[in-house]
Design a binder for this molecule. Structure first.
Ligand code: BGC
Length: 822
């Protein structure tokens, strides 16, 4: 059999192949051979799959061993990251971007694109929020679905990630997310559900963390019960890189593909499991069949390589324009291009941060910074660097030059944001504040009376204690490689801002809806339950920096003449939206439903539909938004299903979660009477959103809370940083850190260039991420460099079992350790 005639969807061929494979070959087929390729079985003409990251571009690594350098990845369009795309509130942007990335994937021979990430932004400090869409499941689901449809429409498979409840980075390898069933069903799972049902992604990537006590890779309830049996998923589940815990449990749970693989221990487990009955042959065959279907789909699909690079760059710029959010404006923006005495301060003007760091880092063919875009327009300005983005400290000399330059300026454009040293995959932020060098200079300028417009580049909210003193704030989020062009177009009024926030901006991290339990220890208590983001703040009355859904325009919009009608179980709401200003613009119209105030605890209101309307100056149009009446149902833990409560609701048409323009009552009679399934203590604790962890959280969760203590020594499941409390842990920690620190230092020593910046980012990512790795995930992701039996042996020695440890190390891959030894 040749690769061309490789596995197809023809069941007879599939069965023939499954029968022809030995158990060893089946085990091989279910794992990667390196970070980006799965195993081939040449004897049967089964080709490998080539997989690659990631959400905002194709990160094709040239050489599997050199994954983290700019020069090592093939240039590809760096689109705005998901946070920015979602701020456009137009899922078509996600679809178009997905299709473009799909075409680039085809051209680069990619079979499976490891994207999109649809995790819910539970806390603003999560380092990876830039790669996710929203705190709201409807928004995340809509953008994720459109992206998958876009990519898969070009014949490339996707991998929706990270399934599920992966909301922090500091504990991602070892953490356990304790989420009550209702919060899971209403907040953390719906985006995955919608993508699976509406877009049929070819694969799903399970998360590193555990969910309610069981690692996602081993979680049968999640991977089979919910994903396959309830939602009808028929593709392949792959692990996140190094997420496998117990290969026998994971095969039985419905996790087919172990990535990046090359773990002899895991293959041996499969073979042993089949021999001794812990894995039923039919279970293994079913896993193999699914994998063969995926291989067949990639080998036999229609894929036409046609990439118009210039068009993709334009698309990246257009999405950046559509997703930028004008957070505040006293009328200073837009700027007149010929404005006298414009002073620009801040290194991000010439070194714009346009993407996040970690596995999604793209090597773009070109970058257009704001400076490039200003110069193309021949804008007259004076520029002062002010601070160094990749260095934490202040530079008095740079500050002095900036202050002198700004002295007589009519307007100061201050470019600021988060650096990759502060916000990245692999670790969480410890504060929402901007770096000291930026804030100190900005405050000095404000104290000196400057009229400052702040232009931000960051993938997540930042503290803005000086917001009221600024003339305007334009937040570009992470706008992709041509973000500078988008910035200039918006600042000078060639384009009109129309993005709105898809996450709440609290004033500080302490105000966040999950502030009482974030990154405390291995156990993440999702004690706030369904009250995530605006669902929390609306009801708690938090004073916010900016609400969910907020964003200004250079024009204004009026809402009038609302109407609501019910058509075949669908609620249709309409209103007239008028552009009352003098410029064309776009308004994101948000439809929330105010919940029935009785019965089971609920958020005050929830987003049920949205649309973006583009209107010329003075134009009026009726907009219609709709949702299923059943969307108003909540998950009832007693009935194990969705229950729609009868009662008084209201349809709200709004410009943001805090700017309700129209309200129409909605009486529901087709459901059931109100009834809470919870004990009284839970109802009492959750009547309003909790600011501390309620004593009744275990009752809501339905199980006791396990101890979250950090281990005292080095175990397979402890983070390296925590293992330093033992001698062997300290040795291991130092060995790993000295290697990655050396790489970081040599990156810092490189001459100033884009290549240096990227190497600094990538090596810094490892310096920050490695302390959070566990011995197990290192072994699972090392591609054989740290074999599992060696890791297990080290853990045994650390647990004062030297003989067993040495035996494990010497015996090889048949290591006895399978149990967790915390
Ligand atoms: C990330 C995934 C990514 C994978 C491969 C993991 O560390 O969590 O999102 O797809 O690496 O790079």
């Amino acid at each position: 059999m040749t690769p061309e005639s490789a596995p197809v969807s023809d069941p007879a061929t599939l069965d023939g192949l499954v029968d022809a494979l030995t158990v060893d070959e089946k085990a091989l087929l279910l794992e990667g051979v390196d970070s980006w390729n799965t195993n081939a079985i040449p004897r049967l003409g089964i080709p490998p799959l080539f997989v690659t990251d990631g959400p905002h571009g194709v990160r094709k690594v040239r050489d599997a061993s050199g994954a983290f350098g700019l020069a090592d990845t093939v240039p590809s369009t760096a689109f705005p990251t998901s946070a920015t795309v979602a701020n456009s509130w137009d899922p078509e942007n996600s679809r178009r971007m997905g299709a473009a990335i799909g075409r680039e994937s085809v051209a680069r021979g990619v079979d499976v694109l490891l994207a999109p990430g649809v995790n819910i932004k539970r806390n603003p400090l999560c380092g990876r929020n830039f790669e996710y869409f929203s705190e709201d499941p409807l928004v995340s689901g809509a953008f994720g679905t459109a992206f998958v449809q876009g990519v898969q429409g070009e014949g490339v498979a996707t991998s929706v990630k990270h399934f599920a409840a992966n909301s922090n980075e500091d504990f991602r390898f070892v953490g356990d997310s304790l989420v009550d069933e209702r919060a899971l069903r209403e907040i953390y799972l719906p985006a995955f559900e919608r993508v699976v049902k509406d877009a049929q992604p070819a694969t799903v990537m399970c998360a590193y963390n555990a969910l309610n006590g069981t690692f996602c890779s081993d979680n049968r309830e999640l991977l089979t019960g919910i994903l396959r049996d309830e939602w009808g998923f028929d593709g392949v589940v792959m692990t996140d890189w190094g997420a496998t815990h117990d290969r026998i449990a994971s095969i039985n749970a419905g996790c087919e593909l172990d990535m990046p693989g090359q773990v002899a221990h895991n293959r041996a487990q499969i073979v042993a499991g089949v021999a001794d009955g812990r894995i039923a042959p039919a279970t293994l065959d079913e896993a193999v069949r699914r994998m063969l279907k995926l291989v067949g789909r990639s080998a036999n699909g229609t894929r036409t390589p046609s990439v118009d690079e210039a068009a993709h760059a334009e698309l990246a710029r257009d999405i950046a324009i559509d997703g930028a959010v004008l957070l505040a404006n006293d009328g200073t923006l837009p700027l007149a291009a010929g404005r006298a005495s414009l002073v620009v301060v801040g290194e991000m003007f010439e070194k714009m941060r346009f993407q996040g760091a970690g596995s999604s880092l793209i090597n773009p063919p070109s970058v257009v910074t704001p400076k490039d875009a200003f110069d193309r327009r021949r804008i007259a300005y004076r520029y002062a660097q002010g601070y160094r983005t990749l260095e934490a400290g202040r530079d008095p000399q740079l500050e002095k030059v900036a202050m002198d330059a700004a002295r007589d300026a009519e307007t100061v454009l201050f470019f600021a944001g988060l650096s990759d040293l502060e916000e990245s995959e692999g670790f969480d932020r410890s504060t929402m504040a901007l770096g000291t060098a930026q804030t100190a200079l900005l405050e000095e300028l404000l104290d000196a009376g400057a009229n400052v417009v702040l232009v931000l580049f960051a993938g997540a909210p930042v503290e803005l204690p000086f917001a009221d003193r600024l003339a305007a704030i334009l937040d570009m989020y992470l706008p992709g490689m041509h973000g500078g062009e988008a910035t200039a177009a918006l600042l000078f009024g060639e384009a009109n801002p129309s993005g709105k926030l898809t996450e709440t901006w609290t004033r500080t991290a302490a105000d966040a809806s999950s502030a009482a339990d974030f990154d405390d220890d291995r156990i993440s208590r999702y004690y706030e339950s369904i009250y995530v983001g605006y669902r929390f703040h609306d009801k708690a009355g938090t004073t916010l920096q900016f609400p969910f859904g907020h964003g200004l325009s250079y024009t204004s919009f009026a809402y009038s003449d609302p109407a609501v009608q019910m058509v075949d179980g669908r609620v249709e709401a309409s209103a007239i939206i008028t552009n009352t200003g003098e410029r064309a613009g776009a308004e994101v119209v948000q439809l929330y439903v105010r919940n029935n105030p009785h019965g089971v605890f609920k958020a005050d209101k929830e987003l049920r539909a949205f649309t973006k309307m583009r209107l010329d100056a003075g134009e009026s149009r009726r907009v219609t938004l709709s949702f299923q009446i059943d969307d108003l149902a909540h998950w009832d833990v007693a009935q194990q299903g969705w229950v729609l409560e009868n009662g008084d609701y209201a349809v709200l048409l709004a410009a943001s979660a805090s700017d309700i323009r129209l309200s129409v009552p909605l009486v529901v009679t087709s459901g059931s009477p109100s009834r809470s399934p919870y004990p009284a203590a839970v109802d009492a604790a959750y009547a309003v959103p909790p600011r501390a962890i309620p004593d009744s959280f275990p009752d809501l969760l339905g199980r006791p809370i396990p101890a979250g203590r950090r281990s005292r020594g080095l175990t397979l499941e402890s983070r390296l940083i925590d293992a330093r409390r033992s001698v062997i842990g300290t040795i291991m920690y130092r060995a790993v850190m000295s290697q990655v620190t050396r790489d970081y230092r040599s990156a810092l020593a490189l001459p100033d260039s884009l290549e240096r910046d990227t190497r600094v980012k990538n090596t810094h990512f490892l310096v920050r991420m490695m302390p959070f790795q566990s011995l197990r995930s290192m072994a699972m992701s090392s591609g054989g460099v740290l074999p599992f039996h060696v890791a297990a042996g080290i853990a045994d020695i650390a647990a004062f079992q030297p003989i067993r440890g040495l035996r494990s190390i010497l015996r090889g891959s048949g290591a006895s350790i399978e149990t967790e030894r915390e």
